[in-house]
Design a protein around this ligand. Structure first.
Ligand code: HEM
Length: 527
């Protein structure tokens, strides 16, 4: 009886101890959360700053601003030791210029980046390295600078404005309904990009807001790739090898849809080209895919040329252009419209500039008014407003680089191979030391010099298209298309912001608005 009683007591004591330990652990966790809540970064043993990353994942871009304000322009941090995560975070313009331009070769290793994007972009320009990147870059620059491609962009960008965007806004204004402007702009940019790249009308921008399989697959793939960026590389690679986890499955399914549809476009294009039997002509209706498929003289090296005439290359190039062009341009336009709606004096000044352009044209005003790419030289203030929007809301807010050799950044930070360098363009825009005390204000004037022209000194500080040899090849295309949209939309319509909405960036590869941009569309009344 005694021994039974003592065993019972022992069990009770053990359970009591367990409960006590558990209770103490909870108390400790609560104490840690309360104690460290206000600290920007907490460094834990073994897991390093991983808990801080997890806690701030939902506001990752604003967190980079907090880090920069708390620790200065550059900071080195350690992730968990099992995740190979040693991070240098910088928003110091001297370091940024050094990494992206002056010594870009030491930061041009894209292995981790290419691995994360492989299913989607393959060996396209954004992910390619070494000689294949050099060869692709040369062809891409030649292509985007050519008269024929500049014509394609101006012509097709305007066509979608005229035949889809303005009619849709007109319909919405008559219905007086509320719409998510970000969604409308994403659809516009999808249709425009597909038309420019493949010469196909996808009609994703339509009053019935139809679904689109490739657009959906691109969204799924971007989400899955973001997840790959957030977890240690070994984790997602293991999930992929073992075929576990919904993320890798989602990416694989999206990749298959994209591969299937792009292969169709390429086959149709080849048949069309055989039927036409001619080389691309400057005045003919054509597209980027056809220009690339006809490119037999853009590369001297025969091996490279052979690689650049395969279906795999056409697929990777077209998907890269589609991915690089759509979300970046559409999200920049969304932030731009929100910025001018919250700063009405800017909208008024843009309208004034557009009126001046029309008055100089000396032609009859027909409604709706649509501006040509040729009118854009007069759009200095609009250009400045777009730059200001890109400064505060860079479509690619974080740039990730990996050094190949030991290095020292201009501010003295020592760098070694294996580190991950994160450049926060988002944080740089919010640094008083870089842009002045009014850095948080939306002021297009900071891009205009006293003589009324664009201020080149300010322009050199714009990092939203990256800098140096690996900067954005689509920068000019983006400005042409954004000005086509902004000028036509502002001149013919006015948006009313729906009250009470919370506008904030969502954690994604491109800087989208978390809850969209809800507006009511009104047709502009002319006196
Ligand atoms: C507002 C719109 C855009 C912004 C803010 C933007 C921004 C950028 C940035 C920051 C990079 C460097 C990425 C990195 O190094 O990780 C980049 C690269 C690139 N962009 Fe854009 N982009 C825009 C529009 C476009 C458009 C319209 C195209 C057209 C096809 C395009 C094509 C590319 C390509 C192909 C690259 C890779 C260049 C290389 O690695 O050599 N982008 N862009």
């Amino acid at each position: 009886m005694d021994s039974h009683y003592s065993k019972l007591m022992e069990k009770c004591t053990q359970s009591y101890n367990l409960v006590l330990v558990f209770f103490c652990l909870i108390l400790f966790a609560v104490w840690c959360i309360l104690h460290y809540r206000k600290q920007v970064i907490v460094r834990w043993p073994i897991v390093g700053i991983l808990p801080s990353i997890m806690l701030n994942a939902h506001r990752i871009y604003d967190w980079t601003v907090d880090i920069s304000k708390a620790f200065g322009g550059t900071i080195i941090e350690r992730g968990p030791f099992f995740g190979r995560l040693e991070i240098v975070h910088t928003c110091d313009p001297r370091n940024i210029k050094y990494i992206l331009a002056t010594n870009y070769e030491n930061f041009n290793d894209r292995q981790d980046y290419s691995d994360a994007f492989d299913t989607l972009l393959g060996d396209g320009l954004l992910t390619a390295t070494s000689n294949f990147w050099i060869a692709q870059r040369r062809v891409a620059r030649m292509t985007f600078n050519s008269k024929i491609v500049r014509n394609i962009i101006a012509h097709k960008g305007k066509e979608v404005v005229q035949h889809a965007l303005l009619p849709m806004l007109s319909h919405l204004s008559k219905e007086s309904s509320v719409v998510d402007l970000q969604d409308v702009l994403m659809r516009y940019m999808f249709d425009t990009s597909v038309d420019i790249i493949f010469g196909k009308k996808s009609n994703y921008l339509s009053t019935s807001f139809p679904p689109n399989e490739i657009a959906k697959a691109m969204d799924d793939a971007s989400e899955a790739i973001l997840f790959r960026h957030l977890v240690p590389i070994s984790w997602w690679k293991l999930c992929r090898r073992l075929k576990i986890g919904s993320n890798e499955k989602k990416l694989e399914a999206a990749g298959m849809i994209i591969d299937r549809d792009i292969a169709k476009y390429i086959n149709v294009k080849r048949d069309e080209m055989v039927a036409k039997g001619t080389k691309v002509d400057e005045y003919e209706e054509t597209d980027l895919l056809e220009v690339y498929m006809s490119n037999k003289d853009g590369e001297k090296d025969e091996l490279m040329l052979a690689k650049m005439l395969t279906d795999k290359f056409f697929r990777d190039t077209c998907v890269t252009f589609l991915v690089a062009a759509r979300d970046t341009t559409a999200s920049t336009l969304s932030w731009f419209f929100w910025s001018i709606l919250t700063n009405p004096y800017v909208e008024a000044k843009i309208l004034e500039e557009l009126e001046l352009i029309i008055s100089k044209k000396n032609t009859m005003k027909k409604h709706p008014v649509i501006f040509d790419a040729d009118d854009q030289t007069g759009m200095v203030y609009l250009h400045a407003a777009l730059c200001e929007s890109l400064r505060l809301w860079p479509a690619v807010p974080l740039l990730r680089k990996t050094p190949t050799n030991d290095d020292v950044l201009p501010d003295g930070t020592v760098i070694w191979p294996g580190m991950t360098v994160i450049i926060s363009c988002y944080a740089m825009a919010r640094m008083e030391g870089v842009w002045g005390k009014d850095c948080l204000e939306f002021k297009p004037e900071r891009w205009i010099s006293e003589d009324g022209k664009l201020n080149h000194e300010a322009m050199s500080k714009l990092v939203s298209f990256s800098l140096g040899p690996r900067n954005c090849v689509g920068k000019d295309m983006a400005f042409v298309v954004m000005k086509l949209v902004a000028s036509a939309v502002i001149y013919n319509f006015h948006f009313e912001l729906l009250e009470g909405q919370h506008i904030a960036p969502t954690p994604a590869i491109t800087l989208k608005m978390m809850n969209g941009l809800m507006v009511r569309v009104r047709e502009r009344v002319f006196s």
